[in-house]
Design a protein around this ligand. Structure first.
Ligand code: SF4
Length: 362
């Protein structure tokens, strides 16, 4: 049965593209503190402003009633809290909300809130478009336009947080929306510093996952960063020939180099690795693929997430049949692989990355 989907029109206007005000979410607390000091304000004002924005969910300086009115006006002249607009909101009865965000320069990205029991998970984008070119993905069809700034990634998080009831809190973050997070690592790490800070969103790194197609030098940088986020590597094929067809960037890298980097990350972080595998009917769902995948993962401390493919209009790939899904699963389980077949939450609302943006452009 197809469940009803509710799509709402644009909710908030974006700032005008020639608005010179700074995006407050691009500023860290100490830079804001320096700015306030120059204005003759005490350092604790920066903490107060952060508290309003990240914890009390304020979207305007006017709401910050413990700041002097003159300071609120001065802040409003210098900064905006939200710099983008929501150009579409699509809600599914399974508790999934998907936002299409229009950036100040007209670019669009997507982000998703998933409600599951007490979990309130969000999936956010890190780039406009994507250069990795996975052949089954709507986000990569037109290549990459640019990296998102720290403020633009944080704004997605705050917009999704604002959809929660007052007593609800965000519990998990997944960097798995549009784009390759490790290709924008500086801004992603700066964003996650705020996400995990008790003065920011206060989400433990154990509940934050960075997803990647596998860029070994960037995985090594992440190892050196010293914060143990979860790492999810999108594998999608168990051998290089097929993987290069599905994830073209693999040609220059190769599965072995990716697994070696993932192993180094595990050694440093102690965090169990996750491998993602989009199951495409008739492409990578054979018995041979399942056997080869089991051989790759058998000796690793890892979880394998298998995601039966969501149809993307205009792309030739098929959802695997229930029979091939259960056969694939049986082989992996028999070989002792820790495997989960992920529910397709939100599939009614184009929750595969890049689909909402693409459908709106069509
Ligand atoms: S699946 Fe992810 S990495 Fe691949 S093209 Fe799409 S957004 Fe990029």
């Amino acid at each position: 049965m197809t469940l009803p989907v509710v799509t709402l029109p644009t909710e908030t206007p974006s700032i005008h593209s020639d608005d010179q005000r700074q995006h407050l979410l691009d500023w860290d607390q100490s830079s804001l503190s320096d700015w306030l000091k120059e204005k003759g304000q005490p350092a604790f004002r920066a903490k107060q402003i952060w508290n309003w924005v990240y914890q009390k969910r304020a979207t305007s300086f006017e709401e910050m009633t413990n700041l002097p009115k003159t300071l609120r006006d001065e802040l409003d002249r210098a900064f905006v809290i939200f710099k983008a607009s929501q150009s579409a909101i699509t809600s599914s009865p399974d508790g999934t909300d998907k936002l299409l965000i229009r950036l100040f320069d007209g670019g669009e990205v997507e982000c998703v809130l998933l409600r599951d029991g007490t979990r309130r998970s969000i999936c956010v984008s890190s780039q406009v478009g994507c250069a990795m070119g996975c052949v089954f993905c709507a986000s990569g069809l037109d290549g990459v336009d640019r990296n998102l700034s720290r403020g633009e990634i944080l704004e997605q998080m705050l917009r999704l947080q604002s959809r929660l009831q007052a007593e609800e809190r965000l519990s998990h973050i997944v960097m798995m929306g549009m784009g390759e997070p490790l290709a924008n690592l500086d801004h992603v790490l700066a964003t996650l510093d705020v996400a995990r800070s008790p003065e920011g969103l206060g989400i433990s790194p154990r509940r934050i996952t960075i997803s990647t197609v596998g860029l070994p030098p960037a995985i090594d940088r992440l190892s050196k960063h010293g914060v143990a986020y979860n790492l999810a590597v999108s594998l999608h094929a168990p051998h290089d020939e097929l993987r290069t067809q599905l994830v073209p960037v693999n040609k220059k890298i190769g599965i072995k180099a990716i697994l070696d980097a993932a192993d180094r990350y595990f050694d440093v972080s102690g965090r169990r690795l996750t491998f993602e595998y989009v199951l495409l009917g008739g492409v990578n769902d054979s018995d041979d693929c399942a056997e080869s995948l089991a051989s790759l993962l058998r000796h690793r401390t890892a979880m394998l997430n298998v995601i039966p493919y969501n149809l993307v209009s205009g792309l030739p790939y098929k959802t695997p049949s229930p029979k091939s899904i259960s056969r694939f699963k049986e082989i992996l389980v028999t070989r002792g692989i820790n495997v989960m077949f992920r529910q397709r939450k939100g599939s009614e609302i184009d929750a595969a990355c890049g689909q909402l943006r693409r459908n709106r452009q069509a």
